[in-house]
Every structure is written in C-alpha cells, then in structure tokens.
Design a protein around this ligand. Structure first.
Ligand SMILES: Nc1ncnc2c1ncn2[C@@H]1O[C@H](COP(=O)(O)OP(=O)(O)OP(=O)(O)O)[C@@H](O)[C@H]1O
Length: 706
C-alpha cells in the first residue's frame, strides 16, 4: 500500500500536468481577449473569450478539489471548471456534471457505485493533504474536510462550498427549474450558499435556454449583496444580476424613516389598487369644445370627439405612457381631418391639450404629488382605506422633487408606478429571492413581475422574520409571487455556521421568538463558550470596544451587532480608541471590525460577534426576540454579550438603560416610543434642513390623540 506522502506526490503530479494545460489555455484565451479588444468589430468575440477565460478559472486556483473512484475502476477529478488536455481529453470534470453527482450524493447506505471519495486540501495548486471516504468501510467517518472548512476564518466575502456540498444541499441545488422552490432552514444551514450554487447548476444544465444574464438574485440590503457578490463569478457565472430589494425601483434618494404603521399600510397589496386608480385618475375630461390654434388659425374640436379618443386610448392594453401616445396620435388625426392638412407635428397647442388631459408622468413625480394631496389620495382610495389610513399615507412634499427623500416602503410603490406608467421592464428566466420572509406584498410584487416564467428559488427562515411584515408561514409570502408551477417548501436541517455553545444560547429564544419552528441540528463544537459581560451604563461602550479589539488582535473577523439606541455611544468609543472600523449601514464590510444593526446583520457571518444590549434589540422590533436570535446566530466561533440589562430577555421588551421612561400624561408609553423612534430615525437619516418643517408636521400629526 502507498504511504500517504507517496499518494500525495502522485496526486500532485496529476495536478501539475493539469495545471500546465489549464495555464496554456488561459494564456491563449488572454491573447484572444487582447486581440479582440483591439479590433473594433470584435466586441462579441471579446465577450466570448472573456467568458471562456472565466470558465476555466485562474492560475492561482487548485485545478481540482475532489476525486471519485467508481467501482468500475474509473477515476474522475472534479473542479470548479472543466479542464481538457491538447487532445480534448477531460482531465478535470466541472462540479455540475452528472458524472460526478455521486461525489455529493453518495453515502454509506447508498454508495451509488462509488468506491472512494477524496477531497483535497490545497494552497493554490499545491496539495497539502486530503481526506477520503471509502464507502465499503462499515463505520461512517465524520467529514473531516467539511469540519476543517467550517473552522476557517471568515472575511467580508462569502466563499463557494463546491468541495463540501452535502447530499441534502445537493438535492436542492439540482432540483428541477420549473417550480417555486422554497429553501427554508435555521441560521447557517447553507440556504444562501445552496441558492447560489443552484443558480450555477441551472446555468450549466439549461445552458441552451438560460444564460447568466437571465438570472436575477434579490437580497435584503446592499451589504448582503456585497457579501455574496463574488461567489458566482468564482464559479464562472459573472453576468448574473444581483440587486438589493430597494434597487428594483427607479433611482431616487433613499433613507426616509417613517413610523411602522405607515410602512405597514404602504406594503399592503391594496396599495396596488390605489396606485392604479390614481394613475387612471390623472386622465382628464375635455371641455364641451376644445379650441386649438393650429398654423395661425383656430380649430374647434367637439369635446365628444376628444372624449371618444380618450376612451379609445384608455381601453388599450398598454401602460399609461403607451396609451398617452395613442391618444396623442388620434387627436392629431382629428385635428388634421379638420384642417385638411397632415397631422400637426408637435404643434404646441396640441401638445398642451394632450398634456392637460393626459399628463406626462414619472413614478417619483407622480408619487410625490399623490402622497402630498389628501384629495387625490381620497379619490384613489375608494372604499379600500379608512380615513385614518389615508392620514397616515399623507405627507407634505418637499419643495422640489430632487429634495424628496424616500422610505424603503416607498421604493416598492415607485416600482409599481414605474410599471404602470412605463410598462414591463426586464424579465428573467430564473429569480432567486433571499431573506424573503421579511418582504411586504408590494415588495414581493416587484420581485414577481421580474419573472418571465414563474421559476423561482425563495430563501428564508420564518424564525428570523422581523419588521412590519414578520411572517409565520411561507404561504403568506409565496401567494404574492405568481407562478404556474408547483410550490415546494424544503428544509435544510443541519446548522453549519454556528457552533454548539452559541447556538444553544440562541435556541433558548426560539419558544418565544418562533414557537413551532424546529431548531437545526448543529454539526460542530465551538472554540469557546459564549461570554456575558454585565457592566454599568457608562462602561458599556468601552467594554464593547475592548472585547472587539481582543478578537481583532487574535486575527478574527469581528461583527459588533448593535441596536440603534446604543449606536452613537459605540461609534464614539470606537473613535476615542482610534479603532478603524467598517459600517454595514454604509454598505461596507471588511477589514477586521464591523458595526452592524441587527436588521442588517441578517445573512452575514463573522468569526466573533459582540452583541450589544440584548434587551434593546428585543425592544427595537415587534418581533424583537427574532432579531436577537439573528444577532446571536451570526458567529462561526466566538460570541460575547455586553449588557447593562438582561443578557437573555425572554419576556416583554424591557428598557433597562433609562430610568426616565415614564410617559408624559396623555400619551401611552407605546406612543412616546413611536414618536421618539420617528424623530431619532429622521435625525439619523440626517434630514436636511428643507425637510425640517415636514418632520415637524409629521411629529405633530403623531402627537395628536388618536
Ligand atoms: N456544505 C458546506 N460546506 C462548507 N460550508 C458550508 C456548507 N454549507 C454551509 N456552509 C457554510 O455555512 C455558513 C452559512 O451558510 P449560509 O450563509 O448559506 O447559511 P444560511 O442558511 O443562508 O444562513 P442565514 O439564515 O443566517 O442567512 C457559510 O459560511 C457557508 O459557507
């Protein structure tokens, strides 16, 4: 029998030969890319060469990550990319190929014709070691390679998991395309990783009908998109479109903070009806006779004829602006018939009449006018909204459109309006929506209308569902995504990210946070028990920074998960200590110390997590225990809780850090909190001076007794 070092040397020789073939191909393609870039008419060749170059990987990567030996004696190496020799013989099979599915699927119970599965541990293309499973052996061996992989330090970028995809994950990755596949599971079960690898697998398997630019991945916030953005390009699929949910809307200034009840109303599906009626309501009624000055003389068109042209255009199956054009053409013809000439081209009288009866619109201008006008809101609301709800929707517009600041809920309304006004935009052959459990019906409509065929991968976890649209079942989400295909909800059971001690702490929240949700089975032990630091109020920020620095000094990637109320003090302490840090709120993630809100921590992970004041996190959301569950489950290793109050609040939200919380007479504590949050939110959003009046008006509105 070969010794291990001889075995590694033999494998290394194979890797070296393969690398020579790959590197030559890379340089050939590089030459092609350069040549194509130089010749003017060769853009498509350039793209093709680029894509081919990406599909073969880079010279820094290992040529393969695994190998399977079949009972038949055939051996296949698998890698992220297909590699051939000069005679087109396959040296390494790409991981999506059916021939190597057994690598992911085979188990001791069902070896699927495999004798051996080997996984290589490499630095660049140098093999350091390998682990292997011999399927004929009786005892199940722990997948040491997976465990070693999970122990590795994290950075601000997610890595692919191709070498260690587990059988249950692989089943979802290769599930049929024509369905709405809901992947649920606890924190760190690999839902996001699986969804991304599924995209790569679908692109490979359906290459003839689906290319990377036909796939859209929607995530919760910009930081999350940055976190996942390198996974697919690393697998050779660089063109896939990634957008956070806010970026589906037309580009506007974001950052408006508004009370939860306003967001809640704006997220409801009945807003779609209101917007559609509001758009139709902008089409005017003609005068009994319309007089137009055309080429120096007046032409009178009877109102009935104009009304008929309006009705004709209104009934067309086109968006608002398409129908406007129809009306304009028809009116032009009517005028031309009267003057006996050709249709007046762009005559200003005609243009004015069209503009009066069917005004030009953009989604932002339209929404600003609508929300700023009680009468327009009332007219469009019909009987679907109460007077109180309309009062919530109404707001004073900024003086200029460019000064208007938009909330997250507004963005979905803008997208709906853009669709009504300009018609359908880009549609995709497959749409992935991650952290879908928090999206409002209006946000889900924005996602849904981007699907060309109802093929979706929906990812999320009910136990992590928070905010105005916290869900208790998947049906509440999927019913807003149109599909002719079946809906399949499948759970991932094993928790790969969070080590046992940290997860045991987090799981104590589950009975309060999400009764009925099954906890994942954790696959590994952690490096340390969670630590609780009970401190006095004034010590809190300093301790947070000290703990974060301790982890950073040990080379760990650190996340400080901090509720909004403690943010300023922690930022100040970081500054005082001269600590360089990154803010997830600004879409940054990286370096060593990162500051994130619990909401924005969703989907992210760190080697060490410092959770600041759990009771404040619980108090900051109606489903605050879920938010704390999210915070505790961001760690791949260390967890520290720094708090003045209860480190694990299991009952109603408490306010441990202030003694002066009694509400003034006439206001309930909830109202005071709501107002305080609103004012704080607006200030945080750095409302510029032109918005101060508006802010005051909104606060006055909130203070009015209900
Ligand atoms: N088969 C695997 N091999 C190696 N690492 C894995 C595997 N499955 C999951 N992981 C790792 O576990 C971590 C969690 O994965 P991921 O972020 O996809 O989980 P999630 O279920 O989406 O979590 P959350 O609900 O918190 O967003 C990641 O670091 C991922 O790389």
């Amino acid at each position: 029998m070969h010794s291990r070092s001889t075995e590694i040397a033999t494998e290394q020789a194979y890797f070296d030969t393969t690398a020579k073939h790959r590197d030559r191909k890379i340089s050939e393609l590089g030459g092609l890319v350069r040549a194509a870039a130089n010749s003017g008419a060769a853009a498509h060749l350039h793209r093709h060469a680029e894509a081919a170059r990406r599909a073969i990987g880079t010279a820094d990567d290992a040529v393969a990550f695994g190998r399977v030996d079949h009972e038949t004696g055939e051996t296949l190496y698998l890698g992220r990319h297909l590699i051939r020799d000069d005679n087109a013989e396959v040296l390494v099979v790409n991981w999506q190929a059916p021939a190597v599915a057994g690598y992911f699927e085979a188990s001791h119970q069902e070896p699927q014709g495999l004798r051996r599965r080997r996984t290589f541990d490499c630095t660049g293309n140098t093999i350091r070691d390998f682990t292997e499973v011999i399927f004929a052996e009786i005892a199940e061996t722990v997948d040491r390679h997976l465990l070693a992989d999970l122990e590795r330090g994290r950075t601000g970028e997610m890595r692919d998991i191709v070498a260690t995809i587990q059988a249950a994950q692989f089943a979802l990755i290769r599930a049929p395309r024509d369905q709405m596949l809901v992947i649920e599971g606890g924190p760190g079960t690999g839902k996001t990783a699986v969804a991304l690898h599924r995209v790569s697998w679908l692109l490979f398997t359906h290459a003839e009908m689906l290319n990377a630019a036909d796939v859209l991945i929607v995530g919760p916030h910009p930081t999350f998109m940055r976190y996942i953005r390198t996974v697919l390009p690393g697998l050779g699929d660089a063109e896939v479109e990634l957008r956070d949910i806010g970026r589906l809307a037309p580009t506007v200034a974001r950052g408006r903070v508004e009370p939860a009840e306003v967001s809640r109303i704006k997220g409801e599906v009945r807003m779609a009806g209101l917007l559609s009626r509001a758009v139709e309501g902008r089409i005017g009624v003609p005068e009994p006779a319309e007089r137009l000055l055309v080429d120096g003389r007046f032409v009178t068109v009877p109102g009935a004829e104009v009304a008929e042209a309006l009705d004709h255009a209104r009934a067309a199956e086109l968006p608002y602006l398409g129908r406007r054009q129809l009306f304009r053409d028809r009116l032009g013809q009517i005028v031309a018939d009267r003057t006996g000439g050709a249709a007046p081209a762009g005559g200003s009288a005609l243009a004015n009449l069209v503009e009066r009866l069917w005004p030009q619109q953009t989604a932002p201008a339209f929404l600003r006018d609508l929300l700023g006008s009680r009468s327009r809101l009332r007219a469009a609301a019909g009987t679907d909204f109460t007077a109180e709800e309309l009062t919530h929707l109404h707001r004073r517009s900024a003086d200029r459109l460019s000064q208007e600041l938009w909330s997250a809920a507004d963005l979905a309304l803008l997208d709906e309006l853009d669709h009504l006004v300009n018609g359908a935009g880009r549609r995709y052959g497959h749409v992935v929506v991650d952290e879908a459990q928090d999206l409002s019906p209006m946000q889900l409509r924005a996602v849904g209308r981007r699907s060309a065929n109802g093929s979706f991968t929906v990812v999320g976890d009910i136990a992590q569902s928070t905010g105005a649209w916290a869900r208790d079942s998947w049906d509440e989400v999927t019913r807003h995504l149109p599909t002719p295909h079946p809906v399949t909800v499948t759970a991932l059971r094993y928790g790969y990210r969070v080590p046992r001690p940290a997860y045991e702490l987090a799981a104590r929240l589950l009975p309060v946070a999400a009764p009925g949700v099954t906890a994942p089975e954790v696959v590994r032990d952690g490096p340390a028990e969670p630590r609780t630091h009970r401190v006095g109020l004034t010590e809190r920020p300093g301790r947070v920074v000290a703990v974060a620095l301790e982890h950073a000094a040990a080379g760990r990637f650190v996340g400080i998960v901090c509720p909004p109320r403690c943010r300023r003090e922690v930022e100040a302490a970081l500054a005082e200590n001269g600590v360089e840090w990154h803010s997830a709120d600004r879409g940054e993630l990286g370096g060593s110390i990162n500051l994130v809100s619990p909401q924005e921590a969703k989907g992210l992970e760190f080697d060490a997590v410092v959770v600041v004041e759990p009771a404040e996190i619980v108090a900051s959301d109606e489903r605050g225990h879920r938010l704390l569950y999210v915070a505790f489950t961001r760690t791949t290793g260390h967890l520290d809780v720094v708090c003045v109050g209860d480190p694990l609040p299991l009952t109603a939200p408490a306010r441990p850090t202030r003694g002066d919380d009694d509400p003034p007479r006439g206001l309930t504590a909830r109202e005071v909190r709501r107002i305080a949050e609103h004012i704080a939110g607006q200030i945080r959003g750095a409302a510029p001076e032109p918005h101060w009046d508006e802010l005051l008006a909104e606060v006055t509105q909130l203070l009015r007794p209900e």
